[in-house]
Every structure is written in C-alpha cells, then in structure tokens.
Write a protein that binds this ligand. Sequence first.
Ligand code: GLC
Length: 559
Amino acid sequence: MSMASMDLTQNDSVRNGDCDSNFDFSKLPDKPRHLNMERQRSFDERSLVEASPRYISWAENGQRHMDLESVFSPSRRSSFNSPRAQYGYEPHPMFVEAWESLRKTMVYFRGQPVGTIAALDNSDEKQNYDQVFVRDFIPSALAFLMNGEPEIVKNFLLKTLRLQSWEKKIDRFQLGEGVMPASFKVLHDPVRNTETLMADFGESAIGRVAPVDSGFWWIILLRAYTKSTGDTLLAERPECQNGIRLILALCLSEGFDTFPTLLCADGCSMIDRRMGVYGYPIEIQALFFMALRCALILLKQDDQGKEIVDRIAKRLHALSFHMRSYFWLDLKQLNDIYRYKTEEYSHTAVNKFNVIPDSLPEWVFDFMPTNGGYFLGNVGPSNMDFRWFCLGNCIAILSSLATPEQSSAIMDLIESRWEELVGDMPVKVCYPAIESHDWRIITGCDPKNTRWSYHNGGSWPVLLWLLTAACIKVGRPQIARRAIEVAELRLAKDGWPEYYDGKSGRYVGKQARKHQTWSVAGYLVAKMMLEDPSHLGMISLEEDKQMKPMVKRSSSWTF
Ligand code: GLC
C-alpha cells in the first residue's frame, strides 16, 4: 500500500487573525505572554525556581558560560554563526555545532519551515529517516521555542492538523478520524514545479504499527507553544479545538475496558517494533495523562467542549489513582508483591491482577535500591513488566502523574543505578535487556533488537532532554549536569548517533543512523533548560491538588 499523498492547496496557509472570542483565559495556567516573544517568567515558573533551596544554590554556583537570554533572542538569531565574534566569549563548541546541524535539518513546504528531518544521514534510502516524524520533532520544536523562533512550530502544528483530516486506510480498513501521522515528507515535482505532502499513519511503517503517541505529542506541543509564546489564538482556532477533540475521542470512547489506562498494540510509540510493550505500556499511559491535562488547559468550555472536558476530568481522576496505586514499585511494594497470595476472588482481593510471585524476574531484587522507586513498564491481568522505561518515568514526573514523593524516588533510583541507566551514554531506553529465550519469544527474534541494542536496552541520547527536564522539576539539576557531561565526551565526536549499544552504552549502535536530529535537538534542549530553567514551564505541569495521591508513602521514600 502506498503512502497517502495529497496536494494541500485549500485553506492551507498559516493564518494569524481568526480567533474565537470565547476562549477562557482563566483556564490557562498563567497569564498569556506577550506576542513579541519576549519570554517572561510566569509565576509558577518563578516559584518553581525560587522555592527550591537546592536550585538556588545550584543557580548561584553554576557556571553560566553564556547568557542565552540575550544570545538566542529572536532578534539575534544570526549569532549562531559567530557567537564569539558577537559576544566575546566561547560557548561549548558542541552547542554551536548542534545549532548548525539542527538548522540543516529544517524541512520547507512552499517556502515555509514545517519541521525537521529525522536524520541527515540518508545512507540507506529504504529507511524512512528522510521524513519529519511527529515524535522526533518535539525536541527540535522545544529548541526553536526556547530560542524565540515559534514559526516553524506553528507551521508544523497546522500542517499535521491538516494531515489528520485525510482519509486513512490500511488495506480495506479505515483508521479513526483523530489519528495523527507518525511522519510526513515533502515531495518535490521538478517538472510541474509543485510540492505535495505525503504522510504515514502506520500504513507504510515497518510492522504497520500505529503511532498512538503522535496525537498526544501534538496536544502537548500545542500547549508548549501557547505557554511559550502567549499566542492563545492558535489553540483557540476551531480547527485546533476540533483536532484536540478528535484525538481524545479515540481514547475516551466507552468499550470493554476495566481499567482507565489505554490498551495498545505493540510498538505504538518511540519503541516502534515488537518489544513486549503491548497492553498498557507506561510510555503511552504517561503521555496520555499529560495530553489529557494539556487538553484541559487548551479546550474551550463551549457547548462542544464542555462534555469532553467533563470526561477528561473523570478519566484523569481514575487514571492517576490507577497509575499511582498499581504501577508504582519501590522496595516495600516489591516485597508485598513477593509475598502475594494468588487466586483471590472478589473486590476484597489484595493481589488484584493475580500476579504470580514466581513470575518476578530475579534482576529486580538487586536493581531495587533501598531508597527509590519507579513506574512499572506495564500492568495487566497476571502481568507486571518490571522493566524500567526512561520516557514514561520522565513524563510521569513532568506531567505530575508522579506525586512529589514518587518523583524524588525516581531520581533516587537514577542516582543509585547510575551505571546501569546512564553509564557511558545517557540514557537507557529501558532496563534491562531481554535475552536468549525471552528475546526469541518476546521480540520474535528481532535482529535489530538484540540484547543491549536499539530498543532492547540501548542508550538514546535524545532522552537527555527528558532526563534534564525531570531533574530540574524535582530540584536536582546536578544529576542532569552530570549526564550532560557524560554525553559531551562522545556525542559530537561520534557524529550524533541515534543510539548506543552495550550494557553501559559504550558502542555506537549497530545500525544507528549518524546525525540523528533528535540526538542533536535533545542535547540543545537539555543545555538550554539547564542554563535557563524557566524554560521548563513549557513542558511541565504543576501538581493538580485535586488529584491527591491515594497511596500512602512507603517507608523507603526520602525527601
Ligand atoms: C526509529 C525509532 C522511532 C523514531 C524513528 C525516526 O524507528 O524507533 O522512535 O521515531 O526511528 O527517528
């Protein structure tokens, strides 16, 4: 089946004016910022920064080798080309190189920047790294927003929204209306001198995997754009409001579910191959939670919005309870599961999912530190995936799905298990790897996902931005600083690989692409956020006091 392609001509230009005056500004987390992109710290960002004694001491002692606020303001964009000449000091050479690389990856559609290509290394044409991936564009978008260049982000949001309205089919089966593409590409016809877009909603992807995460990232990015620019008009547009509603309609519909978590097929997110992540993977649950919270901020409470806002609020309530109760693992919880009785019937059951203690993997007993904890990879009937996944745990912190105590515990775990999770290249996509018989059964003998490679325990530099954001949110930026220093030893020298292999991430990945854009952008975002933690506000949500934790603190949690 070929990719859907279509000439976007009608209503396709970026409009600035049309707005609906019913938008409820009070639902935005803070006052809208000025449209001239002068970033102003909102109250919640300030309080986050100023209330944390740890942060203050770090900020005061920290070596600020460049003032990003002035260097990377929109009016001085050209400074990337000659930072020293203009400002009289030298930024980290990798930082300058990264900006130059990121600019080279920009993709234009009819003269407007609309995204960044997945990798500049196109040595293998059969692969799809010449496309703009929705998930891959997120760190690029954040870098541009942090640098006061929102235009590319706005264009991307509008362009992907147009793609959402295409008819999507795999063979004879029509996909849901709200599905967002995994990726798109601009096709140039030199003869007719035209440009068309081509999108993939999973119908071309290896294994025909659906990009469940794309829609969530789209909503999260729309909120980041709004928060960063103060331009509420974009989210207010009827087509954006409709886009959000369509994405959520896919997830909030009634069915046979007994849990508030979202049931998924394997490989439906960053890990886009069979890796035993079907069911209720943490990455999707955390993104789902964050997207629901962002939608609550962005949706208008008009006739159409009210009903869905109610459903979102109910789902958030149930989802946070479920995740905080059943996905959370620390020493005490592990010990409780180890001693579980099985075959309990009725609602008085303690072992609600009938997890058989014999199914607990041996490694988890050593991996679990005395202080610390994390959200499990997956929880379903008689199934607990004890693997630690980086993205899901970081998003849980950023979205405040994790309580403050749980967030600190996740950081404690990362510090205690530094060698395993960060090692020689931050950060492991998941830990540990699946080997031997398990690898054969769970991955279907996938030669790309052999143990400690790629999605199977490989180390992905892109995850650096998520780790950094989570560290800053928890008030422990020194952990991120340490991870960035580790990455700086090799990342540029190795040509910005997509991933690293090996138990501690010492080897450039077997089939890793070089000049992978999200490795570059992830590094930039991490650096910029550490330099100016007020950037965190665009990708972080404060705890909603109405969603009080239902689980008691375990004795192993520390403050
Ligand atoms: C690989 C990754 C996926 C990413 C894509 C483009 O397929 O697994 O997460 O979006 O490459 O970089």
